[in-house]
Design a protein around this ligand. Structure first.
Ligand SMILES: [Zn+2]
Length: 320
């Protein structure tokens, strides 16, 4: 499974352009609201030891005052329970929020994403990405005038009469690729690396942003060579994952290695090795405190690419 996908929500992308319709949704009794502050989401812990964070979506009536003063409100969509909105309370004072927050807590989705029910995780990711974009596009990139939110938070319009430029949420494409070496058919291997930003021991697939005027395949080939000195041949698309941390989509590929000598760049990549599927099965989990290498987090497409490759190789061994 790939996290943060298949959001089961009607985005009502036509209806949300109508301000009166949005207000009508906001006043519906079934309206529920996610509350975020500096990219963190309001949750409560049913049992901290069991690692069971619960997302809080409040009936609108409970946060009426807070929401009216929030710096941004966005409409996420409609599900079978009714309309779902998210509000950003980043600019509220701690003491104003304290009474409201109570025993709950603002938690970073990146730390708990895989512990949540998948629809809840996807809703929070969507809310986080959209609120982040609004918070960081308060001024027009053309003329510098303030912008105003429209379309339920899915567009911002420049308030200068002479400009009036419409700005839409942007998504930055990034490729992520599992490089495989099948030169020895008896022992296929894959290339995993540790980025200098990763925790110790965590090994993952290579990844990078798409440059202007670059095809996705060209980005894959360039990044693999720049980061690890490996030339790749055949490149095949696998799957994609929305990754609003803060505003990307990860485009997953598998690439065939034409060379095998690894030369890490020493800046972005600190170490990189070839691993076979049996070695991967001995990897630990992120945060388990073990000594051996560990896999990327369970909510990442990197994890999906590594797992699906290892399972495919092992299944081939069994049937062979
Ligand atoms: Zn402008």
């Amino acid at each position: 499974m790939i996290y943060y996908r298949e959001l089961n929500l009607d985005r009502a992308s036509e209806s949300r352009k109508d301000r009166a319709w949005i207000e009508q949704q906001w006043t519906r009794r079934q309206c529920r609201v996610l509350v975020l502050r500096h990219d963190k989401s309001l949750m409560y812990w049913r049992d901290r030891n069991l690692q069971t964070p619960q997302v809080i979506d409040l009936p609108k009536a409970e946060i009426e005052n807070l929401a009216e003063e929030s710096e941004q409100r966005v409409f996420l969509g409609l599900d079978r329970n009714g309309p779902l909105f998210a509000v950003d309370v980043s600019s509220h004072d701690d003491d104003v929020l304290a009474a409201f927050v109570g025993d709950n807590e603002f938690v970073d989705l990146r730390d708990v994403g895989w512990l949540l029910e998948s629809q809840q995780a996807a809703q929070l990711a969507y809310a986080r990405g959209l609120l982040f974009w609004n918070r960081n596009h308060r001024y027009c990139g053309i003329c510098g005038s303030p912008t105003q939110s429209e379309n339920g938070g899915h567009m911002r319009r420049c308030t200068s009469a002479g400009c009036g430029r419409m700005h839409f949420p942007r998504t930055d494409p990034a490729v992520i690729m599992l490089v495989e070496d099948r030169s020895d058919p008896q022992q296929p291997r894959c290339l995993l690396a540790r980025n200098s930003r990763f925790p110790n021991r965590m090994m993952s697939t290579l990844a990078g942003f798409v440059d202007p005027l670059e095809s996705l395949e060209e980005t894959v080939a360039r990044e693999v060579f720049e980061e690890c000195g490996i030339r790749v041949g055949k490149i095949e698309y696998q799957a994609s994952q929305p990754w609003p941390f803060p505003s990307s989509i990860m485009l997953g590929f598998r690439a065939e290695a034409l060379t095998r000598d690894i030369v890490v760049d020493g800046i972005e990549i600190e170490e990189a090795y070839w691993f076979d599927a049996h070695q991967l099965k001995k990897f630990g989990e992120w945060g388990d405190g073990g000594d051996y290498f560990c896999l990327p987090r369970r909510d990442s497409i990197a994890r999906y690419l590594v797992n699906s490759w290892a399972n495919e190789v092992l299944a081939g061994e069994c049937s062979g």
